[in-house]
Design a protein around this ligand. Structure first.
Ligand code: FEO
Length: 381
């Protein structure tokens, strides 16, 4: 796919992968790799190990011998074919930072010391007309990550940032899969993302070329603002997500009743996720999207139902904060789920816990209906 005359995406689109990184359900995945043609030719990153041959063919179709392989990120979905590239293009050099070279040695048993150009934050590389500047972006999403700013074409090669799940085709709702991708994969590192956003805010950026998903060429403020919201842990939207587990359907009845009450108050139905059947990463993304989150589960083995336990751990790992929280608990003889959930969330910053929670002792009662009304009122206030 030719984007600018002299910049080609030689990456691949994997239409078969259904689980990415061993946990994220996807309908395919794009591994972008960009070739910049100039007096010198540079290729940015490689692709997933299954697509090395196809990637090399794409490079060869460009009709040039690359002079440089620039590494922006060493996670194997982008770095797996470094040794293959070095064998195929024996005159080429690797351009990377010190942390990436250490990882190259760990992954490939060699750091190609006679063919390496080590770069630091702010340094530049000239390809001829094209002047590239390296921007350290540690922990977005690994410590060695760097972005590359093409000062000539005003393009930010953003590594994992601004990527999304999917095969790379343009989507009407970019945010849906970009949010699930960002919160799932980079969500823990909001502080580091904020710091890179501050650095890139000083640049004149006309296009963003990420390692996953589509190239962004218009309305860049929209994407950058979303990244600013996500990385500052601010709710993206006023509203409620209800995340639940239900063993025999009684907790679920309470969830639906709460949803109806919230709809009646706000005119907007909450997003509801049943952790036994949904993609957990969707529930995690929704908890970060909305201002209010209700967690509903049962007491189980003197703890809580395992999917809810796992879910809350995932929230906490990603620095979940700044939200209003309500609980629905169910327990037939010793209900402790609300207490356990609150305990698991301990340490999360700036959570406001509702006073009106719902305690079900096996099946819903009129008392529970009143509790649900009170919770709906409090959480939407
Ligand atoms: Fe797409 Fe962090 O790798």
């Amino acid at each position: 796919m030719i984007i600018y005359d002299d910049i080609i995406n030689v990456g691949v689109s994997d239409k078969t992968v259904s689980v990415f990184e061993g946990q994220y359900k996807v309908n395919g995945m794009a591994y972008n790799s960009y070739l910049i043609k100039d007096e010198k030719t540079a290729v940015l990153d490689t692709v997933d190990f299954r697509y090395g041959k196809e990637w090399l063919e794409n490079i060869k179709m460009a009709g040039v011998n690359p002079d440089y392989l620039i590494i922006t990120h060493m996670e194997p979905d982008h770095s797996s074919n470094i040794a293959l590239f070095m064998r195929e293009f024996p005159a080429a050099k690797i351009v990377a930072n010190a942390k990436a070279f250490a990882m190259i040695k760990n992954f490939f048993g060699a750091d190609f010391s006679d063919r390496k150009t080590e770069v630091k934050d702010g340094e530049e590389l000239s390809l001829g007309k094209t002047q590239l500047q390296f921007i350290a972006a540690p922990m977005v999403h690994w410590p060695e990550v760097q972005m590359v700013y093409d000062k000539t074409d005003k393009i930010l090669f953003s590594a994992d940032a601004f990527g999304r799940f999917g095969t790379g085709e343009k989507s009407k709702d970019w945010a849906q899969e970009a949010r699930r991708y960002y919160i799932g994969i980079v969500g823990k590192y909001g502080v580091q993302v904020q710091s890179v956003l501050k650095k890139t805010a000083a640049l004149d950026i006309q296009a963003i070329y990420p390692l996953h998903g589509e190239i962004l060429t218009e309305n860049l403020e929209y994407y950058i603002n979303l990244y600013n919201t996500w990385s500052s842990y601010a709710p993206e939207e006023k509203g409620t997500a209800i995340i639940y587990t239900s063993v025999y359907g009684n907790t679920e009845k309470a969830v639906f009743a709460l949803s109806d009450e919230i709809l009646a108050i706000t005119g907007k139905r909450p997003q509801i996720f049943n952790l036994s059947v949904c993609d957990m990463a969707e529930g995690v993304a929704a908890a970060f999207k909305y201002s209010n989150v209700v967690l509903a589960t049962t007491t189980y083995n003197a703890d809580i139902f395992p999917w809810m336990h796992d879910f809350i751990v995932r929230l906490k790992e990603r620095n979940f904060q700044n939200r209003k929280i309500g609980f629905i608990e169910n327990g037939s003889w010793a209900p402790t789920a609300a207490k356990v959930m609150a305990g698991l969330l301990e340490g999360c910053k700036n959570l406001t816990f509702c006073a009106n929670n719902v305690k079900i002792l096996s099946a819903m009662t009129d008392t529970n209906i009143n509790e649900i009304k009170a919770l709906a009122k409090e959480i939407t206030e």
